[in-house]
Design a protein around this ligand. Structure first.
Ligand code: CAA
Length: 289
């Protein structure tokens, strides 16, 4: 495997492009237009500058890594890719359209993968030209830091496809875990109920935002408290995944907390809107309750 294409140059796509290039792959990076793909590459350059300043990577290695990332305006160059990873907006109709379009240039041996955090792989595979060569590869944010890739087999995913992803994951130095195509896979099945429960606890007045977060951070040794993490992931994403768990299982234990719903309705989506459970307009995040 030599060439990896990444569709979507946002936070996840850029992270996937960065770690793939760091592993020595030639990377094609696309978004809705070339400007956005180039902006994704500029973001990676900034990340690498910080790593160079901290002497975590040499200037030469950073430049070589960047040189392996090629922003592209459309899917045509992806005909040469061995692996195409979609990391676009988490909306099924957008992803299906991408698979239909990129499917037209997909090489005869190439694998098509989705970084979806919650949409069933078996269903998405129906929009690809060959469900046997379709698979879920779920990365975690921030991609360069997090050591895990969740691999999700659809019903039709072949063993050969799984083996190719095993080889790719090993090259990236990530630990792979394998999940069946069940709602939320592994991580979000376990994580989202915890974040949702923190929202219930806040809504019911159990404790303040700062104390709920400190309790879990220090009492459980988590790097971030649940409300900080929910803001980091995006409250809209948390709600969307929780709704997938709730509607696809019908189990009331997954029902979204009313406060989480309200925050999303208010447009308070976390860090990306500078307001979630914390206010991010100043130098340090300030709890809002
Ligand atoms: N990109 C690249 N590197 C980053 C980064 C980013 N966005 N953010 C932080 N880093 C690096 C820093 O450069 C630093 O690297 P060095 O040790 O080499 O200097 C290292 O990470 C630690 O960063 P900081 O010292 O700035 O901050 P920290 O120690 O507080 O760590 C954190 C920050 C890594 C984000 C940590 O708080 C953490 O692990 N939080 C939990 C993250 C998490 O749970 N992610 C999964 C979310 S769920 C998901 O993604 C999937 C889904 O489907 C919703």
């Amino acid at each position: 495997m030599r060439t990896v294409a990444v569709i979507g140059a946002g936070q996840m796509g850029a992270g996937i492009a960065q770690v793939s290039a760091a592993a020595g792959y030639h990377v094609l990076l696309s978004d809705i237009d070339l400007t956005r793909a180039e902006a994704g590459k500029s973001g990676i350059a900034k990340q690498l500058d910080r790593q160079v300043e901290k002497a975590k990577i040499s200037r030469d290695d950073a430049d070589a890594l960047l040189g392996r990332i090629q922003p592209v305006a459309d899917y045509a160059p992806m005909a040469a890719a061995d692996l195409i990873i979609e990391a676009a907006t988490e909306r099924e109709e957008i992803k299906r359209k991408i698979f239909e379009n990129v499917g037209k240039v997909l090489g005869a041996e190439a694998v098509l993968a989705s970084n979806t955090s919650s949409i069933p792989i078996t269903r998405l595979a129906q929009a690809s030209p060959d469900p046997a060569r379709f698979i879920g590869v779920h990365f975690f944010n921030p991609v360069p830091v997090m050591g895990l890739i969740e691999v999700i087999r659809g019903l039709a995913t072949s063993q050969e496809t799984v083996a190719k992803i095993e080889q790719y994951g090993a090259a990236l130095g990530k630990r792979l875990v394998f999940a069946n195509d069940a709602p939320g896979f592994i991580v979000n099945r376990v994580l989202m109920p915890m974040l949702n429960e923190a929202c219930f606890a806040l809504g019911e007045g159990v404790a303040t935002i700062a104390d709920i977060d400190a309790a879990c951070q220090l009492g459980l040794n988590h790097p971030m408290g649940p409300l900080t993490l929910a803001d980091f992931i995006g409250l809209d994403t948390c709600l969307e995944i929780t709704n997938v768990l709730f509607t696809s299982t019908g189990d009331p234990k997954f029902r979204p907390a009313p406060l989480l719903v309200k925050y999303v309705e208010a447009g308070w989506l976390g860090r990306k809107t500078k307001r979630g459970f914390y206010d991010y307009t100043g130098d340090v995040p300030v709890p809002t309750r």
